[in-house]
Design a protein. Structure first.
Length: 231
């Protein structure tokens, strides 16, 4: 018998910008989506859920708080997702790393690198054995492609994220696909108004890339255009 039930996605960080765009795009493609927000304030994800006829649901989680992530796992203990995608990221002042306050450095590294890894490891049991786990990375995390510097701590955090995911892949023993995704240079708070891509231009490519590599297994670092990104 063929399983005709809709595919399911858990998107961590879907209140606005790329995360909200991903929730909307997956829903438009027939997926059932659970998106998360960090606080209790109303967001664009709530508006999307209200008009989705049950196709989109909202949950709260703070990925920098271990207990919050564990509580989310417990709430979905009986669920099984085709996709877990962690969309999280904050930036730093654009100045040399040596001039960045220690507190800022720590906050960026925890939010962009350590917390996504913890989310993947904590919530992996909710993902089907043949499912996909993805994390929003960035080409700025590529060491070999860094030729002009800038936003040094943000770059370092994405490089750390990539390394942590590679280490996780090396020690795990399952067939889930693990994808690091570069969304392109997008017009968000991180990308700025001068970025060449809009959220609407980036998101369909991200979703198509995630769909295209479902079932591949292993770890890949790919762009929204489904191109391999150099480490």
């Amino acid at each position: 018998m063929t399983d005709t039930s809709p595919r399911t996605a858990l998107i961590i960080g879907a209140s606005r910008n790329l995360g909200l765009g991903l929730a909307r795009e997956f829903a438009q493609r027939g997926w059932k989506v659970v998106g998360t927000v960090r606080g209790a304030s109303r967001t664009g994800l709530h508006d999307l859920a209200d008009t989705s006829e049950g196709q989109v649901a909202v949950e709260e989680v703070d990925i920098t708080v271990v207990e919050s992530v564990e509580q989310l796992r417990e709430r979905f203990a009986e669920a099984s997702f085709d996709l877990l995608f962690v969309n999280a990221g904050i930036t730093d002042p654009d100045k040399p790393a040596s001039e960045v306050e220690t507190e800022v450095f720590t906050r960026v590294m925890v939010t962009n690198a350590l917390a996504p890894l913890r989310v993947i490891e904590t919530l992996a049991p909710l993902v089907k054995p043949e499912g996909t786990m993805g994390v929003m990375s960035s080409r700025q995390g590529s060491i070999s492609m860094n030729e002009r510097g800038g936003h040094e701590v943000y770059r370092a955090s994405k490089s750390a994220l990539n390394q942590l995911m590679r280490s996780y892949d090396a020690r795990r023993d399952d067939k889930r696909t693990l994808l690091l995704i570069h969304p392109g240079w997008v017009q968000t708070e991180l990308g700025g108004e001068g970025a060449p891509l809009t959220v609407e231009q980036s998101v369909p490519g991200i979703v198509s890339t995630l769909e295209a590599h479902a079932g591949d297994g292993g770890l890949q670092f790919r762009s929204y255009a489904d191109e391999t990104v150099a480490w």
